[in-house]
Design a protein around this ligand. Structure first.
Ligand SMILES: [Zn+2]
Length: 614
């Protein structure tokens, strides 16, 4: 949707409050289109959760001229690809048409079963993967009269077909086509080890040699192009940070000793996703991840999941800058590993960044989700998610088992309305929830869950101690505290009028939406409190922040990440060593006891929680 309308935006002189009918139009078109898809899905008892990109672009130029609107709908012709072959013969002028539906083959995920390496040889000589199918022979001739070829292939998937596909791919490779498919620069050949589901004796191997132009297995790297730090400030808090600026800053941070900037994955639209590990300077070529995890706690900060919530990238990168340039921060790296992931959703970030150049005061929700209209983290814990970028966080959490995980978010800096469709904002379906987001209320924590595990009382102690230090940091920054108090008072004044819907809770002067009761167990698994005992999202009214206001949002963000870092740097962590001998074996274990407690607090001697709060 491309609109050109000349309505001006009005800043009304109350903090960031803005009256903008063009912004409301963007919000209306965006959310109402999503609502339409939700209702269409509901009509057919399914969910259309990935409707695609809804792009309501509003161009405010052309004052005094009539408005213009252009609506474009794009879509795929088919749900899945199809191979169409037209064959002409000398006998007939009409082509003979053959079609083949390329729907996924019902084959179980092949598993790696072997790798052949040779001394003195670069790379891998052979990778072998096992492919298990129901049948060995092609049944097409037998059933040709009864179904389509692709239907028969999928019903009776067999070794002959897969072998044939591999041969065809080899022919394509030799003809210089699809040379990166199943072919990698560091692997000489790929072997498929075929087995049958119900026949333990059957075995057949098919081999695909490397093509002439295989896929590179080198990960992209960021460099700073000869830049060296001359003492100047690196990260600006004036305008939102683009993908390019993020990469340039990470490239610069990577020039400092102890900083490892690395590529994680591409996004759905092919943008690159990066993270950076911060350790004290060291000379080691190889570093043991297990040792890093066992000897020191880890802080992991992952931002810009919703990419129009711009300030997280700014304060995460600033934290990175301080970790390499400010001695008080740098010192903390001797006690804490820090992992920064400034942009979770690069596709949304590219869109939101481009739009804020045109509509600087708008909240621009079209830039919030991933490229298909759903959250960019959707499917992150599954093997083959629709958004490759959704795996990034999981990859980091699996590697680092962080003690503290911060996921800073944002929301509109001014009243959020849809003038043209019921006024209330964020209507995406039939049900419209309470209007909890319509005006800003300052920086806050939207959901805090804590553990009240009788067998592990230290977890609750640590969680509330970290929350306390965060509250002290937020209220301790005068400018941030003044904004929070002023804006919250306004929120309360109007919010209270909705008597049933309005609730509030402060923890030491910080707004926290806290669970009424703790959960009874620290749980198990990668994302449980047992591993990561402090895990929060936070909300800054930063859509779309710039100038002094961006600076303020940056300060709020940095205050909370720094308080978490300080907690870990000052905390008590016990690294224990155990040795055990039995039969002829000795096992040695080295581990760090979680959670880390505040200085002076002994294990099992934590306070009562939830503590008394204001
Ligand atoms: Zn968000």
């Amino acid at each position: 949707m491309d609109l050109r309308l000349s309505e001006p935006d009005y800043r009304i002189g109350v903090d960031e409050e803005t009256i903008s009918s063009l912004e409301a139009l963007h919000e209306d078109l965006y959310f109402e289109t999503h609502t339409l898809f939700t209702l269409l899905g509901g009509r057919y008892q399914t969910s259309l959760s990935n409707p695609g990109r809804v792009l309501p672009f509003v161009d405010p130029s052309g004052a005094g001229k009539p408005g213009k609107a252009r609506l474009s709908l794009t879509g795929k012709e088919r749900g899945s690809p199809k191979l169409v072959v037209r064959r002409w013969t000398p006998e007939s002028p009409e082509p003979k048409l053959q079609e083949y539906e390329l729907t996924p083959l019902p084959v179980e995920d092949p598993g790696l079963v072997g790798a052949t390496l040779a001394d003195g040889e670069e790379g891998i000589r052979q990778l072998m993967v096992r492919v298990t199918v129901p049948d060995s022979l092609d049944r097409y001739e037998e059933f040709a009269a009864r179904s389509s070829e692709s239907g028969i292939d999928r019903e009776f998937l067999n070794v002959e077909i897969l072998e044939g596909m591999l041969r065809s791919l080899q022919n394509l490779h030799e003809a210089g086509l699809m040379e990166e498919a199943l072919s990698w620069d560091r692997v000489q050949e790929l072997a498929l080890d075929f087995r049958l589901e119900k026949d333990s004796i059957y075995q057949k191997t098919a081999v695909l040699p490397r093509s002439r132009n295989p896929k590179s297995t080198d990960n992209p790297r960021l460099t700073a192009g000869g830049w060296t730090h001359g003492g100047e400030a690196m990260v600006q808090w004036d305008t939102p940070i683009s993908l390019e600026e993020n990469e340039a800053l990470l490239g610069k941070l990577g020039t400092f000793p102890g900083v490892d900037v690395y590529y994680l994955t591409n996004s759905f639209l092919g943008n690159r996703v990066w993270a950076a590990d911060f350790l004290p300077p060291h000379d080691a070529k190889y570093v043991s991840q297990a040792k890093l995890n066992a000897l020191k706690p880890t802080l992991f900060v992952s931002g810009r999941e919703h990419a129009n919530e711009v300030s997280s990238t700014s304060h995460i990168l600033k934290l990175g800058e301080l970790l390499v340039t400010d001695s008080s921060y740098r010192e903390m790296l001797n006690k804490v590993n820090v992992v920064l992931h400034p942009i979770t959703n690069p596709d949304g970030a590219a869109l939101a960044y481009a739009r804020q150049l045109v509509n600087p005061d708008h909240m621009l929700h079209a830039g919030r989700p991933g490229a298909l209209g759903s959250d960019a983290t959707t499917g992150g814990s599954t093997d083959d998610p629709i958004y490759p970028e959704s795996k990034a966080r999981e990859m980091i959490r699996e590697a680092w088992l962080p003690d503290i995980y911060l996921n800073p978010h944002g929301y509109p800096s001014h009243e959020w309305v849809q003038y043209f469709a019921g006024y209330s904002a964020w209507a995406r379906g039939r049900r419209v929830g309470p209007r909890t987001w319509w005006v800003p209320r300052g920086w806050f924590i939207p959901g805090f869950s804590w553990v009240e595990d009788e067998e592990n009382p230290d977890y609750g102690t640590a969680q509330f101690a970290i929350l306390d230090s965060m509250a002290a940091a937020m209220t301790g920054n005068q400018d941030v505290d003044a904004l929070n108090r002023r804006v919250y008072a306004r929120y309360k004044k109007y919010g209270e009028q909705e008597r049933d819907g309005f609730t509030e809770y402060f923890h030491n002067g910080m707004v926290v939406s806290m669970r009424l009761r703790g959960t009874e167990s620290i749980g198990t698994g990668l994302n449980s409190p047992r591993i990561t005992y402090f895990s929060i999202t936070s909300e800054a009214p930063d859509e779309t922040a710039r100038g002094n206001y961006m600076d303020l949002m940056g300060q709020a963000g940095l205050a909370h990440t720094t308080s978490a870092l300080r907690y870990l740097a000052n905390g008590e962590f016990k690294v224990e060593r155990e040795a055990e001998a039995f039969d002829d074996v000795v096992t040695r274990r080295l581990f760090r006891v979680k959670p880390g407690l505040p200085p002076g607090v002994e294990k099992g001697e934590g306070g009562v929680f939830p503590p008394e709060t204001l």
